[in-house]
Write a protein that binds this ligand. Structure first.
Ligand SMILES: Nc1ncnc2c1ncn2[C@@H]1O[C@H](COP(=O)(O)OP(=O)(O)OP(=O)(O)O)[C@@H](O)[C@H]1O
Length: 307
């Protein structure tokens, strides 16, 4: 029997590979994902250490893989995309996302809430070209946040992360804001061809707009970054306002939100600016942030299409 089109092996017929981070989330997904991957025609490569997912993604591109699935949390997706960008392979490879991490914010935004959803989306084959943020040459899919303690993005409790995703990172940042003195940066933003310069306390740059968690609409197809700049103010209150502005869409007097195609951030202090890039800590004395519109071809779930 050759099998009907409804069978799990019907698609993808292409050269499909899955990069599996066995340590993501509860680290109990490996066996099941391996079985489902085999059923869906994906060969599997496992990461052995931090950063390995980037190398495996670049190797997949070199092997002419058409559909590359990233199985893990947002950190794994971040690394896989880094590898594809480094290999200059974004145009040749379609990304599939199989959520198995603690925070699966990107998957949620794609309408993919489970491992099964991820494989179903890959099989369905509906794709979108989504915007990719770029900070100092490094791609990010969710956000670049400066002005929160470096630990904020990673210290939120797992339960909190699971429930409210990105917001947890920011709330944790606000909670621990007393531990830092504030950010002194100059922000130069190009929006609609006009240039604006701020001295800011806190900066939230989203590649995906309104990307607050499950059930929230997302839009990564504007070709623009959503930039929230918080004026210099006593830290805790100002950041809380930024959070309200960014995540609850409330008007706040000290935060400005604009859509921009590029921005430059320069530290006005002796030390570099600490960023959280998709939850990963980074430091820059000066950084250019831009966007590659529609650069990432991604399999989306049915929930995404219905938005
Ligand atoms: N085999 C491995 N052993 C240890 N760490 C690994 C391995 N493979 C990948 N990593 C690291 O795992 C992290 C990615 O975790 P991921 O986001 O997928 O899962 P997570 O459970 O959601 O993690 P987080 O708590 O950071 O959100 C990255 O920092 C990556 O470098």
């Amino acid at each position: 029997m050759t099998g009907g089109s409804a069978g799990p092996t019907a698609a993808p017929a292409a050269n499909s590979r899955l990069v599996l981070n066995p340590t993501s989330g509860e680290a109990d997904h490996t066996e099941r994902v391996r079985r489902l991957a085999a059923e869906h025609g994906f060969s599997v490569v496992e990461t052995e250490r931090g950063g390995h997912a980037s190398e495996l993604a670049a190797a997949a591109a070199a092997d002419d893989v058409d559909i590359l699935a990233a199985c893990g949390g947002d950190g794994t997706i971040h690394e896989v995309i880094q590898g594809l960008v480094a290999a200059n392979a974004l145009e040749d490879v379609t990304l599939a996302v199989i959520p198995a991490g603690t925070a699966n914010i990107y998957a949620s935004g794609l309408g993919i809430e489970s491992v099964d959803d991820g494989f179903a989306a890959a099989r369905r084959g509906a794709t979108r070209g989504l915007d990719l943020g770029v900070a100092d040459g490094e791609p990010f899919v969710l956000s670049a946040i400066a002005g929160l303690p470096a630990s904020a993005s990673t210290s939120a409790s797992d339960g909190l992360k699971e429930r409210i995703g990105t917001l947890a990172f920011v709330i944790e940042g606000v909670r621990t804001a007393r531990q830092f003195d504030g950010l002194e940066v100059a922000v130069d933003v190009v929006a609609d061809g006009e240039e604006r310069v701020w001295e800011a306390l806190c900066l939230l740059v989203g590649a995906l707009r309104g990307f607050t968690g499950p059930n929230e609409p997302s839009n990564a197809e504007t070709g623009r970054l959503e930039v929230t700049v918080v004026d210099r103010l006593p830290p805790t209150g100002a950041i809380a306002e930024a959070v309200e502005r960014r995540f609850f869409d409330r008007e706040t007097p000290h935060a400005t939100t604009i859509e921009a195609s590029e921005l430059e951030i320069v530290s006005l202090e002796d030390e570099p600016v600490r960023f959280s890039l998709d939850g990963e800590p980074r430091e820059y004395d000066r950084v250019e942030i831009g966007v590659r519109p529609g650069a990432l071809r991604v399999c989306v779930g049915e929930a995404y299409a219905s938005r």
